[in-house]
Ligand binder design. Structure first.
Ligand code: SF4
Length: 290
């Protein structure tokens, strides 16, 4: 079996008539010396921290450490629940992702999935789907193994680091991981899950890392918000049977290549992009005087 490609994983899962999550979980337990329960329980702990982060982010909004952001997730959550939104249920997942990313910027407790900067996307998407679909908890935990499997292959073949590959590697990867988990949670096939990865990641290719004043606040939190929307739309497209012309494994390689040629100014150095707009520079000057 080919553990190094999403295609290999999906083919094996289809052959065994199991989910990607089950396959990844079994692979993890084979490489692990301790009791099987430990791996499951550790993932469950991650899930509980994600849920708590959504709750705290929505109900106890705080200003970020730098003071540039805070409270928008809660604002959007109220809007999502009180008005007809233009983007339907998606905006509920988006509000939660934003709230968790804001919590991260306020030094709250989050799960780096795959990184702290992109920590809002999976919890926002999955807690919204938990309410909508009401699956057994075990199904959600297994969908997190699916996300982990996708993240692990991206880490091997490209990168999960903004400093190395731009925000496509952080928020782009998190959205791709969430898209696959969302497909699995919604009853889609492993092949549909990896198609969601391709559809999601394709549309984040080239996304630069340009944090204002070098802080993980602006544009990071809003990129988490839009990352959640991307994940949910990609999952719906894959569930509808849409197939990415460029397969997921090739999209991942393309992402790695783009990261390698991305200028250093756009890889977390705060020397380009939004960080160097007049407003970005004003914030930078503000912090340098503190
Ligand atoms: S802009 Fe950079 S620091 Fe911010 S989330 Fe994206 S990769 Fe992380």
């Amino acid at each position: 079996m080919d553990w190094n490609t999403l295609k290999g994983l999906a083919e094996e899962a289809e052959k065994q008539k199991t989910s990607l999550g089950n396959l990844v979980y079994r692979g993890e337990t084979e490489d692990y010396d301790g009791p099987e329960l430990d791996i499951y329980e550790r993932m469950k702990q991650n899930w509980l921290v994600m849920k708590e982060a959504v709750h705290t982010g929505l109900n106890k909004p705080q200003k970020s450490r730098g003071g540039m952001i805070g409270g928008d997730g809660a604002k959007l959550h109220i809007y999502a629940n009180s008005q007809k939104t233009l983007s339907g249920l998606i905006i509920e997942g988006v509000s939660r992702s934003l709230a968790v990313a804001e919590l991260n910027a306020a030094m709250g407790k989050i799960v780096a999935a795959p990184t702290a900067g992109s920590s809002g996307i999976l919890p926002g998407v999955l807690t919204m789907l938990e309410e909508k679909l009401q699956p057994e908890e075990k199904k959600i935990i297994m969908s997190l193994f699916t996300a982990a499997g996708v993240g692990s292959i991206i880490a091997q073949k490209a990168s999960l680091s903004g400093a190395e590959g731009g925000c496509q590697a952080e928020c782009g990867s998190a959205a791709a991981m969430a898209a696959a988990a969302a497909v699995e949670l919604s009853g889609g096939s492993p092949t549909q899950a990896i198609n969601a990865v391709a559809l999601s990641l394709k549309n984040n290719l080239g996304l630069v890392c340009d944090p204002v004043a070098g802080l993980v606040e602006v544009p990071c939190a809003k990129r988490n918000a839009l990352g959640a929307a991307n994940a949910l739309v990609a999952a719906d497209m894959a569930l509808a049977g849409i197939v990415s012309v460029i397969p997921a494994d090739e999209v991942i390689l393309a992402m790695g290549n783009i990261g390698r040629i991305m200028p250093e100014t756009l890889r977390e150095t705060a020397k380009g992009g939004l960080a160097q707009t007049p407003t970005g520079i004003k914030w930078q000057e503000h912090f340098s005087k503190l």
